[in-house]
Design a protein. Structure first.
Length: 466
């Protein structure tokens, strides 16, 4: 009975149809389904488009990579060394010099001539040293640097030529070949980067301008909050205060240490101590006897040099582009113990060849300040001096031998010099400098000097030291 009634109701509903409220709900549901289907279809179309674009880009990238690989292979087959071209830089320098004393007679009286180009440039216009530098990483383990100096005398000299390690651990670096020694502060700075046209007097008298060594150097930088480094060098020792010994072994050695850091955001400092020991053999220098005859003196013994250096830099909040100031100074002390041979066989006196003890204890120092008072413009002042100290010449003490008059180069004298410098730096690659100096290196004569210098840098050039 119940089943017959339910069937009849269903038939009646099918015939009569749904109620009006139900019609509205169904229509709404159908519309939502339609909208969702259209939204999904749009998203699918967008995803298909992005997929197509990605596949197209990937294909182009594969084609480009294939072309690059082919080009690289072709380049390698034609000449793979082009991929290893070193960085090249060229420094052009020249000077106009006006001096009241003849540069050819320059002398630092009271001090054994150290050799090197320590005198003023020639009068008038002249070229200064032109430096050609090539440098590159050889492989992941070594770097190579070579600097050739083209002198005003149309000669080529090897300034530096060394390898340097790149992969030693724990802060160690090994350098070998010919290099500027790490002693002092200014010694490692190339001439074109000096703050003055010439080197300070102590560098001229005790190192011949700068100490270049043929040997090896080991350096260690400590993992400390402040900069701290130690270094040791072993060399042939053939440069003053050493000599070419023509012997096996080590002719010279040096050790040095430097420490530095920051004082707030505007100040930075560094100081150091260096010690050198050389064993010159028949190191010679030319002199004249009391009658003007030529004399050759030779020294054999030991030379020990101490250097204390320091530098303080200021730049407001560490920005040196507008104004900055640098205060720099070094103290030198040289002690020599050995024998001096006085050879007057080619002169006019009758002493011939005489040998006796020779001991010296001499010193010198310089201090300089460099102020960049506005962008591109700097002014600087330097005072340098040497102290004759103690010179004990056993030959002079011999009543039958030469007298002090036969050693005019070693006459007692304390050289001094005052230097004022202005320069204009149109860019980091060019510099024009005007320098005035009152030089009392010669005994009894003051050399008033005026230098006008240009320095131009071409090509890649590494940053200079702190």
């Amino acid at each position: 009975m119940f089943k017959r009634n339910l069937t009849a109701a269903a038939v009646a509903f099918a015939v009569a149809g749904p109620a009006p409220a139900q019609d509205a709900d169904l229509a709404k549901i159908r519309e939502e389904i339609k909208q969702n289907r259209e939204a999904y279809e749009q998203r699918i179309r967008a995803l298909e488009k992005r997929l197509g674009e990605a596949e197209a880009k990937a294909g182009k990238a594969e084609q480009s990579a294939a072309k690059a690989e082919t080009a690289a292979a072709g380049s390698a087959s034609r000449g793979g060394e082009n991929a290893f071209n070193p960085a090249v830089s060229l420094i052009l320098q020249g000077t106009y010099a006006n001096t009241s004393q003849d540069p050819n007679t320059y002398q630092i009286t009271g001090f054994v001539p150290s050799g090197g180009e320590v005198g003023p440039p020639k009068r008038g216009f002249g070229l200064s040293e032109t430096e050609l530098t090539l440098s590159a990483n050889i492989d992941p383990y070594f770097r190579g640097v070579a600097t050739v100096a083209l002198t005003p005398e149309n000669e080529a000299e090897v300034e530096e030529a060394y390898f340097q390690t790149l992969a030693l651990s724990r802060g160690f670096t090994l350098k070998g070949g010919r290099f500027l020694s790490g002693i002092g502060y200014e010694n490692e700075i190339h001439q074109h980067a000096w703050d003055f046209q010439d080197a300070p007097l102590p560098y001229k008298a005790f190192l011949g301008g700068a100490l270049k060594q043929d040997g090896v150097q080991l350096r260690w930088v400590a993992p400390t909050p402040v900069f701290f480094e130690l270094g040791a060098e072993f060399s042939s020792g053939d440069q003053y205060p050493g000599s070419d010994r023509n012997k096996n072994g080590v002719g010279g050695s040096s050790i040095f240490g430097h420490i530095g850091g920051d004082i707030g955001p505007s100040y930075a400092w560094r100081t150091g101590l260096s010690y050198l020991k050389f064993s010159p053999l028949d190191r010679s220098y030319e002199d004249v006897d009391s009658l003007g005859g030529a004399v050759t003196n030779t020294f054999t013994g030991t030379s020990k040099l101490w250097i204390v250096d320091g530098v303080l830099k200021w730049a407001p909040n560490g920005n040196a582009s507008h104004t900055n100031f640098k205060l720099q100074g070094e103290y030198f002390r040289l002690k020599q113990d050995g024998n001096l041979t006085y050879d007057d066989t080619a002169g006019s006196a009758v002493f011939g060849s005489v040998a006796d003890s020779f001991n010296t204890d001499q010193s010198g120092w310089y201090a300089q300040g460099v102020w960049q008072f506005m962008p591109r413009w700097r002014v600087a002042y330097r005072y340098d001096t040497l102290r004759y100290g103690t010179v004990s010449n056993g030959i002079v003490n011999n009543a039958l031998g030469p007298t002090a008059a036969d050693f005019p180069v070693l006459a007692k004298h304390n050289p001094t010099r005052n230097t004022l410098m202005f320069d204009w730096n149109p860019s980091e690659f060019s510099r024009l400098r005007l320098q005035f100096a009152s030089d009392n290196s010669r005994i009894g004569a003051t050399d008033n000097q005026v230098f006008l210098q240009y320095i131009y840098s071409l090509g890649a050039h590494g940053a200079h030291k702190f």
